[in-house]
Design a protein around this ligand. Sequence first.
Ligand SMILES: [Zn+2]
Ligand SMILES: [Zn+2]
Length: 346
Amino acid sequence: MRAAVFKGPAGSWPETLLQLEDVRKPALGKDDVLVQVKACGLCHTDLNYMKGGLVPPKGFPIILGHEVTGVVEEFTHPDGGLKRGDKVIVAPHVACGVCGFCQGGRENLCDTLASIGGHDDGGLAEYLKMPRKNVFKLPTGLPLEESSIIADAVATPFHALVDLAAIGKGLQLAIFGATGGLGMAAVQIAKAYGSRVIAVGRKDWKLAMVEKFGADHVVNATEHHDLPRHIREISGGGVDVSLDVTGALGISEAALRSTKPGGKVVVAGYSLGDIEISSKHLMWFEKEMVGCRLYNPSHLPRVVALVRKGLVDVKTLVTKKIPLEEVNEGYRLLDAGEVVRAIAIP
Ligand SMILES: [Zn+2]
Ligand SMILES: [Zn+2]
């Protein structure tokens, strides 16, 4: 099968490009499904593996990509619920199901959690092998290609806002990094749950998109010397919940200071350096700050259902579709911030 292979080492991209190669089709083990990939989203985590911020646990060479939709080609699991040709979406993180975290309903913290495109080969290829429990039928009415981004860009902010921040009607939210793929999905999820949204980003053309997705206020961070103060002003004293999808130095702190006393900050992104926060501020105002890592793979159908209802518009979030042969150009555009989400079509 054809696959875009990154041979490393970490940090060598873009000098070392992903190469289109003929590799062996994955062999199925017990309870596996072979998915013919129809689309694979390009994500900043892939860029981190390529640029050296992270080293993929599998090592090199690796097939990256963890946002996959496709059709069922073959399966070894004795499950009558699947048939050849079914349109499916894949939850990219494989949990063991038996450790304490899995048993406690926190599969995303599984002792042996393994992700495709990191611990194993991923979706930038013609075929992908996944355990049956990670493969979900895509309901009719959803676009097969664009729905690939649900697997991370929509599902991760869903976990942040719905599971961790328990957003709902009447709450005020600030979303930092609202102009990226996760951020724009977050804005739509928050509006679907009836919250009031202040969206913070840096690029005007993307902030215009965020406004169309229903943000009540858009704020260009580059225009405010004291961003938290501005957000406290327009929210009447601070927001109930801040979501930071960047995890960047300066941004997480701004999120904390934009949040009202007793409020909550969810950090659903990371940068390579550390952030600095004031323990005095945290203590004095009894704020909570929690991390959000991925989501429970078994929850993916809940997120798909939200998209199915039309509450998150994946078609508009995908601003670039490229053939697998041009995947390096897709990553260049993502790195330059010229796309919201790009997907590769094998
Ligand atoms: Zn991702
Ligand atoms: Zn586990």
